[in-house]
Design a protein around this ligand. Structure first.
Ligand SMILES: Cc1cc2nc3c(=O)[nH]c(=O)nc-3n(C[C@H](O)[C@H](O)[C@H](O)COP(=O)(O)OP(=O)(O)OC[C@H]3O[C@@H](n4cnc5c(N)ncnc54)[C@H](O)[C@@H]3O)c2cc1C
Length: 372
């Protein structure tokens, strides 16, 4: 792989020409179906030009290099006005664990499909009665010859409506086995017995879904990590979701803060100043996370700090923006204002996904400070 500085320069040169796929992804688009198609177009071109293959291993379709190349790509896209990662967020949540722990031939087949925008992913962990207490999950996977048969229901599954593949956590041990009896599977959401029902959110989008599995057959070679080793896969994913992904997400918050600042008056100085400080703290923690992940290690419980800083930053950015646009609660015909409304409402739930804020504080207390 070329040096990072050369990669950045090549990317900048391409972005400076304002390619139509980039221009389209910079346009505020509150309708998810449209946003998905636009992002697919951008990802296809980034793949074709090799930019999105940087930072992934060569033997599975990448060009080599570390997560720093991926960070550089999304940083440049954010700086040039692209609105967000949308359903390509799982490239930095699920896929690092899939690449590190998944069967090599399956990774080599599926990674290029995602990087090029053809086949998208979802994460099937939470269930109606198992959110914070994930080890209590009840979706079952029972071995039957060379397949597992999956029965159960997942909820709050982001992007399931658009996804082809789901990284699913299911119980292969007995009911009392808690986290020791879980296995991670790659499940085809087009398989017979899968039903996806979108959930409409308060901000009007349908990112989330319920996913029901009724006798779904999954070949044994679709296990990520070890059979019974699903918890290690989940912890790898959470290190990304709370650690480095927090950094990827907040890149786009700077654009929202800068946009809000164009409408701000002197009265808003304090709110914007505080939001900027929160963003800088989240950036500093995020950069540290990228450096750790670039060595091949995971952040472990430390990732909780990054997520908590992201929550504080994202909420203070949108509180500051709200003060410049007090009608945000009612909805707009103007797509840019409608996006601000969606983003404000979404910022209220950042403290829930990837583990609630209370659970993150609990992790710091128990695992880092060793409090009783
Ligand atoms: C936008 C969004 C996207 C999401 N995407 C996905 C996804 O793609 N895939 C997926 O699997 N899940 C996803 N989730 C689900 C998310 O992981 C869960 O909502 C989260 O883990 C909390 O679980 P719960 O909703 O069941 O709440 P509960 O676990 O019922 O918690 C309810 C409240 O009780 C508190 N609480 C619970 N237990 C304790 C405790 N022991 N100590 C102190 N407080 C406690 C919690 O902090 C929370 O405030 C998403 C959620 C959101 C909001």
């Amino acid at each position: 792989m070329e040096p990072l500085s050369d990669y950045r320069a090549k990317l900048e040169e391409w972005l400076a020409k304002r390619p139509p796929t980039v221009v389209a992804a910079c346009r505020p688009e509150p309708r998810y179906d449209e946003r998905v198609e636009t992002m697919r177009g951008l990802m296809a071109e980034l793949y074709e030009l090799g930019f999105s293959r940087a930072g992934w291993p060569v033997d599975v379709g990448g060009l080599g290099g570390t997560v720093e190349y991926r960070a550089a790509m999304w940083e440049a896209l954010a700086r040039h006005g692209v609105q967000g990662m949308a359903l390509f967020e799982h490239l930095e949540v699920l896929i690092p664990a899939f690449v590190a722990l998944g069967p090599r031939d399956l990774v080599a087949r599926l990674l290029p499909e995602y990087l090029s925008g053809r086949e998208l992913w979802a994460q099937g962990f939470s269930e109606p009665d198992s959110g914070s207490d994930l080890p209590s999950l009840r979706t079952k996977a029972v071995l039957d010859g060379d397949h597992y048969v999956i029965d159960g229901s997942k909820i709050w599954t982001s992007w399931a409506k658009y996804a082809t593949w789901c990284l699913l956590l299911a119980r292969t041990g007995d009911a009392e086995s808690r986290h020791r009896g879980l296995t991670a599977f790659v499940v085809d959401l087009r398989a017979p017995g899968v039903e996806v029902r979108a959930i409409e959110q308060s901000n009007g989008t349908d990112e989330l879904a319920e996913v029901h599995f009724d006798g779904v057959r999954v070949p044994v070679d679709r296990i990520v990590g070890e059979a019974g080793g699903g918890w290690a896969v989940a912890m790898h994913i959470l290190s990304n979701e709370r650690g480095t992904f927090a950094w990827f997400r907040h890149l786009f918050q700077y654009g929202q803060l800068a946009d809000g600042a164009t409408r701000a008056t002197e009265r808003d100085d304090r709110a914007f100043g505080n939001a900027l400080l929160d963003m800088v703290s989240a950036t500093a923690a995020g950069l540290d996370g990228i450096a750790v992940h670039a060595t091949g290690a995971t952040l472990g419980p430390r990732a909780t700090f990054n997520k908590l800083l992201l929550c504080a930053a994202e909420q203070s950015v949108h509180d500051a923006v709200l003060a410049t646009d007090p009608d945000i609660a009612i909805g707009f015909l103007d797509p840019a204002a409608e996006m601000r409304r969606q983003e404000y409402l979404f910022s209220r739930i950042v403290t829930v996904y990837g583990g609630s804020q209370q659970m993150q504080l609990d992790t710091i207390a128990k695992q880092m400070l060793e409090l009783p």
